[in-house]
Design a protein around this ligand. Structure first.
Ligand code: 4AD
Ligand code: MG
Length: 465
């Protein structure tokens, strides 16, 4: 007989004479003549109530069905006697597949998120994490759907690379040299010319540069894959390994880029609201009471757009005491970003046209500005509760300006010859951005720490599981 998932059982429109369920015991309650077992198989937030009558031949099995045990139940799906659920199952057979030892850490009681991180191998069985990872899966699907519907081509960019796209020097080295006895060059430094790739290589921080190659051929592309950053920042929004979605669009300027980012974020919120309603309701109850209202706000209004220069004057005129005051030319700190989106505008806001000196070499230099106030066609999308979820720009398509940018960033043109070539053969204005997948997931679930929206978080000092 074929297994029915709990979700499908809940959604059944008719009773069923025979049903097979497999899953894990959440709770058990023994009455005199029968036992109630709540079975969950991860397909939905709500488990299914199983009634095992004491007269059943298998009833002795019930004693072994502790919280956490895996079980297999045959039975009838019948209208529930109690409130709260439409259906329940009256068992005709009941078997324990694998017992759970009595020290099973996920007993039915509230656990702190910190504790649950320590048992990341079991936390997907909890309500919260089941919901988070179902939403994560749906969100990934919706991302592909969004781009595929718009005829964007999905490109797999390499994870091992020799270039530092963001120029922040926060890369993990990839090497097969013997750390105890690495070969040295004449100046006494490790000689990476003798390494596996015959040069220094790293885990990628972004697929953008290779994405631009493909946009210069297939017009509209996106990447969706893991990226790595060796930033030693122990915040609730940074992970050393995270997933990023990077569309790149040929013949598109910054305006078009901001429009695409806004349409994309709204599409994802709408999709998750529609397809993960139960899980979102749970987050709204137990994680963030404002969540559902906030998500509706995202859908209702256009996002605010505000230049970096305007943003600085808003911050300066706010009358607030900042931990780190800023003036034109400084990076916005998280406190400023949060102020803009949470207090000043009270909605998602795209900040655009940042100082040239703050941004990577590939961003397009805006024309007609005084040299000390030069800006680039950059944009960051900030959302309440998190701050930046998207970073992007129009790219520098002019060969000479790109060369100048590279020189300003101390980049050797020879190392990026293929990137420069794109500006020599049929260069076009083009733009793109990166959405942090985990940050988007934090936004739609209300979960406050990035460690709780990724199956196994990689953060400084942490690579268990
Ligand atoms: O702003 P970032 O650094 O932009 C880029 O990497 C560009 N190459 C993207 C592009 O234009 N194609 O990163 C993009 C997004 C950020 O807005 C943030 O959401 C996320 O990636 N992000 C991180 N998420 C988790 N942990 C980290 N350490 C992150 N660093 C960036
Ligand atoms: Mg950024």
């Amino acid at each position: 007989m074929q297994r029915t998932l709990v979700k499908a059982a809940h959604n059944s429109s008719n009773p069923m004479d025979q049903i097979l369920l497999q899953g894990w015991v959440r709770t058990k309650r023994d009455a005199k003549k029968f036992s109630f077992i709540e079975l969950n198989d991860g397909s939905s937030l709500k488990g299914l109530q199983i009634i095992v009558d004491a007269s059943l031949a298998d009833y002795a099995q019930v004693a072994r069905a502790q919280t956490g045990a895996s079980v297999e139940v045959n039975g009838k799906l019948v209208a529930s006697q109690g409130g709260g659920q439409k259906w329940e199952v009256v068992a005709t057979s009941f078997q324990v597949v694998g017992e759970a030892e009595s020290d099973y850490p996920l007993q039915k009681k509230g656990h702190s998120l910190e504790f649950l991180r320590e048992i990341a191998h079991l936390r997907p069985r909890s309500n919260l994490f089941g919901a988070v990872f179902r939403v994560r899966s749906r969100l990934a699907y919706a991302i592909h759907q969004f781009f595929q519907e718009r005829k964007f081509c999905y490109v797999h960019t390499p994870l091992i690379t020799a270039s530092d796209c963001e120029g922040a020097g926060e890369m993990f080295r990839v090497s097969t040299l013997d750390p105890k006895k690495p070969p040295l060059n004449p100046s006494g430094e490790v000689d990476y010319a003798q390494d596996f790739f015959e040069k220094s290589t790293y885990l990628t921080v972004s697929g953008q540069l290779e994405g631009e190659i493909f946009a210069s051929a297939l017009s509209n592309i996106y990447t969706f894959g893991p990226t790595f950053r060796a930033e030693n920042s122990n915040t609730s929004r940074h992970a050393a390994e995270f997933w990023m979605i990077e569309p790149e669009v040929a013949f598109c300027n910054l305006q078009g880029n901001m429009d695409l980012a806004e349409e994309f974020v709204k599409y994802l919120v709408r999709d998750v609201k529609e397809h993960c309603a139960d899980d979102l309701e749970f987050f709204g109850k137990f994680v963030d009471k404002e969540l559902l209202t906030n998500l509706d706000l995202v859908l209702e209004k256009p996002f605010v757009r505000c230049s970096y220069t305007e943003a600085i004057s808003i911050i300066e005129q706010s009358g607030k005491k900042w931990e780190k005051p800023v003036k034109w030319g400084d990076n916005l700190q998280s406190e400023h970003e949060r102020y803009l989106t949470e207090e000043h505008f009270k909605c998602p806001v795209t900040i655009h046209d940042y100082p040239r000196s703050l941004k990577p070499f590939y961003m397009r230099v805006n024309e007609g500005e005084s040299p000390d106030r030069e800006t680039v066609a950059a944009m960051d999308l900030l959302v309440p509760g998190i701050g930046e979820i998207i970073g992007g720009s129009q790219r520098e398509e002019r060969l000479e300006v790109l060369r100048e940018n590279m020189a300003n960033h101390d980049l050797n043109e020879k190392d990026y010859w293929w990137y420069v070539d794109l500006r020599r053969y049929g260069s076009v204005p083009h733009s793109g951005f990166g959405l942090g997948f985990e940050r988007m997931l934090m936004f739609v679930t209300g979960v406050a720490n990035i460690r709780d929206v990724i199956p196994f978080a990689r953060t400084p000092g942490n690579a268990e599981f």
